[in-house]
Design a protein around this ligand. Structure first.
Ligand SMILES: C[S@@+](CC[C@H](N)C(=O)[O-])C[C@H]1O[C@@H](n2cnc3c(N)ncnc32)[C@H](O)[C@@H]1O
Length: 193
């Protein structure tokens, strides 16, 4: 855990807008987001921005043995650390913007469950829209997309814009209670296509 926190602090200082967090997510947040994404019932699961693997660890604990899991992480240091920590996980060192192609290369097209660790509130609108388009284009009707937000960031302009956008794009959007034990406190948006 100390190793993973150090990786975060160092990489956050280098690229705050793409890393978006100074510490890996807590166990409590990992359990909640993986549950709300419906991972345990899914056949095809994609994780966005796994970083050092807090959510990945939980996904591996609950997913069906034969379910496909692809973790999409474009930061080379994070991708290397993730592969080292979880050699059994298929890590695509690429951007979520290329999701369709990443899945096609693996013989997959549609996804049941997406667990997102991306820092949406830090993205500019064009990038956010591009990544959400890629998300919707692969998610099955009824499929689940779960993503977290920091409480403090959710009241700022970027956080409010993201909330309005997902409410327009998805059939249902539910907001979880706050996980106060996370650093900083965070909650999960459960979005159903
Ligand atoms: C806030 S960290 C989350 C890490 C981990 N899921 C957690 O909660 O501890 C965000 C991660 O998303 C990755 N990332 C940001 N933009 C991305 C993109 N467009 N495609 C893939 N990964 C991206 C960053 O490199 C970083 O590892």
């Amino acid at each position: 855990m100390v190793k993973q926190t150090w990786t975060f602090v160092r990489e956050y200082l280098r690229a705050p807008k793409t890393i978006g967090a100074v510490a890996p997510s807590s166990r409590g947040l990992s359990e909640l987001i993986v549950d709300l994404a419906g991972v345990s019932q899914a056949d095809v699961i994609v994780e966005f921005g796994p970083g050092t693997g807090s959510f990945t660890r939980r996904i591996l604990e609950v997913k069906r043995p034969n379910a496909a899991l692809v973790a999409v992480e474009f930061h080379p240091t994070m991708a290397a650390k993730l592969r080292h920590r979880f050699p059994q996980v298929d890590v695509a060192e690429d951007s979520v913007a290329n999701l369709g192609q990443i899945l096609a290369e693996r013989g997959l097209s549609k996804v049941d469950s997406i667990v997102s660790g991306l820092p949406w509130a830090a993205f500019d609108e064009d990038l956010r829209d591009q990544l959400l388009d890629a998300t919707l284009s692969v998610l099955k009707p009824g499929g689940r997309f779960a993503t977290f937000a920091y409480l403090e960031g959710s009241v700022l302009a970027g956080g409010r814009r993201f909330r309005r956008k997902i409410r327009r794009l998805f059939t249902e959007v539910h907001r979880s209670p706050v996980v106060w034990g996370n650093l900083p406190p965070a909650f999960v948006y459960q979005c159903i296509r």
